[in-house]
Design a binder for this molecule. Structure first.
Ligand code: BG6
Length: 488
């Protein structure tokens, strides 16, 4: 595995712990070695030391020190910019050493943990160096993580250029939400059970709410975030991914292509939001000062690297329709924001009310809506919310809950979410990766909003206090349809 940008945060926080977990669970064995390529004044030894330290820090007492030593001893480093001929020569030499010492057989996984500006130049250079030409029985793959473009046109342009130098089946585009067990389980839940699919449609479903709430602010990423905003950062990728998995048709098989075809179809069925509607069916907000966990936190304008007059949204709520036979007329409401009251991601399916309120006359409270909720994180569970009878001679009803918690059945594993993705990329299974057309379809659903905002035609930017549920205007969005958000 070759990691471009190995000295960055992604490697220490996620990639290396994932490799450690894979080695620990014997998914990768003796034939793995890691080369890092990055600009910086680190020596190979210092890089190894810092990777060791961060693994110990993350796994604490549970760490297997021998395994860490072994993994880290297989790290080689090219301290170079990505243009230097000398750097690339060194990489070639390291890869030959790996092939000889660890029998890696010329099979290479290239991971671009770099700033997005380097994606294309590095892949072009890989091609130029002959490193994407796999010999007989060998494989060569490239993993790229978001941001993939900053709008529809740039995403399209990037994928066109990449495909000039690499084959589609060599490019693995990561959406790290697909590494989450609870997200993968949406497909199993829907397609490995007979009882949910029959009611998973417009006849029984009133609407769907997808919430990705974060309590963190922009941290040290102000520079990136201030030019990006919540819409670009989250909707075309992570929330579109959750929407696609929720709304897709059963695929003809569990192959990568069949799965991706169905997901692309969903996104392509989302009609473009009319610029006229952007003012009311897309709500944007920005956090001001507030309290999180009883601690005062600064407003967005006071964050590091953020323009004090910034108009960038840190919250967005919107309504999409999915014009398919299955979902016609069923709204999908999406919301995501930073510095909300808590970190919580869920997909809530709200079912229609029963046709008659039979218990109304007997004085029982009106039926509460039925929900089926996939809690994605940090809680990992699935629950069905329905109405039950309160025991006693007087007919009284109450909202109750049927609950499946992952930890009750499967224990709590120390996972980063990257284990499955790295493993799948190594074995050549692209079913949990995105195809470029799916990424473009994600951009296509937000492009009309970007256009409207660019032309100053969106609604105003609402301030919300950090620690709240977001701007009040987002409640209006649902009230307009006589609905309301679920409490966070
Ligand atoms: C990233 C965004 O893609 O996803 C971040 O750039 C966001 O802004 C993060 O915080 C959320 O990921 P998770 O796994 O914490 O929900």
């Amino acid at each position: 595995m070759v990691i471009f940008g190995i000295t960055g945060d992604l490697t220490a926080r996620l990639l290396f712990p994932a490799l450690y977990n894979l080695a620990h669970d014997h998914y990768v064995g003796e034939q793995i070695a890691i080369a890092g390529f990055a600009l910086g004044d680190l020596t190979e030894q210092k890089l190894r030391d810092s990777l060791t330290e961060s693994l110990h820090h993350q796994f604490g007492q549970q760490i297997d020190p021998e395994l860490v030593k072994k993994l880290v001893s297989r790290v080689r480093f090219v301290p170079s910019d990505f243009e230097s001929a000398e750097g690339w020569q060194k990489l070639h030499d390291i890869l030959s050493d790996f092939d000889r010492d660890y029998k890696t057989a010329g099979n290479y996984l290239f991971y671009l943990a770099t700033a997005p500006d380097f994606f294309l130049p590095v892949v072009q250079r890989l091609a130029h160096e002959g490193l994407l030409n796999a010999g007989n029985g060998q494989w060569r793959r490239v993993i790229i993580e978001k941001p993939f473009g900053h709008d529809l046109e740039s995403a399209h342009q990037l994928s066109r250029e990449l495909l000039k130098v690499a084959r589609q089946d060599q490019i693995y585009l990561i959406d790290h939400y697909l590494g989450k067990e609870t997200v993968q389980n949406i497909m199993v839940f829907r397609f490995a059970n007979g009882m949910f699919e029959p009611i998973w449609n417009r006849r029984y479903v009133d609407h769907v709410q997808i919430t990705v709430a974060e309590s963190l602010g922009v941290e040290h990423r102000g520079r990136y975030y201030d030019h990006t905003g919540a819409l670009r950062d989250m909707i075309p990728n992570h929330l579109a991914q959750l929407l696609a998995l929720t709304a897709m048709e059963p695929p003809s098989s569990f192959s990568a292509n069949a799965l991706q075809n169905e997901q692309v179809k969903v996104l392509e069925s989302v009609p473009p939001i009319d610029p006229e509607d952007c003012e009311w069916c897309v709500v944007r907000g920005q956090y001001g000062r507030g309290m999180i966990d009883h601690q005062p936190v600064p407003g967005y304008h006071e964050e590091e690297y953020v323009d004090p007059n910034s108009q960038t949204e840190t919250y967005v709520a919107l309504k999409f329709m999915v014009d398919t036979w299955r979902w016609a007329g069923v709204p999908f409401y999406l919301r995501t924001g930073k510095r909300l009251g808590k970190r919580y991601t869920e997909i809530a399916i709200r079912f229609r009310n029963p046709p008659l309120s039979l218990f109304r006359r007997s004085g029982a409270t009106l039926p509460q809506p039925n929900h089926l909720v996939h809690a994605i994180q940090p809680q990992e569970n699935i629950s069905v919310e329905f109405v039950g009878k309160v025991p006693g001679p007087v007919l009284e009803t109450r909202h109750v809950n049927m609950h499946f918690d992952y930890s009750d059945y499967f224990g709590v594993a120390n996972r980063t979410g990257y284990e499955t993705l790295l493993y799948d990329a190594m074995i050549g299974d692209a079913s949990l990766f995105k195809r470029a057309d799916m990424i473009e379809a994600g951009w296509a659903i937000v492009q009309p909003i970007l256009n409207a905002w660019g032309a100053n035609r969106g609604g105003e930017l609402h301030e919300y206090p950090a620690g709240s549920d977001g701007p009040e205007a987002s409640d209006k969005l649902l009230r307009h349809d006589r609905r309301s958000w679920r409490a966070l």
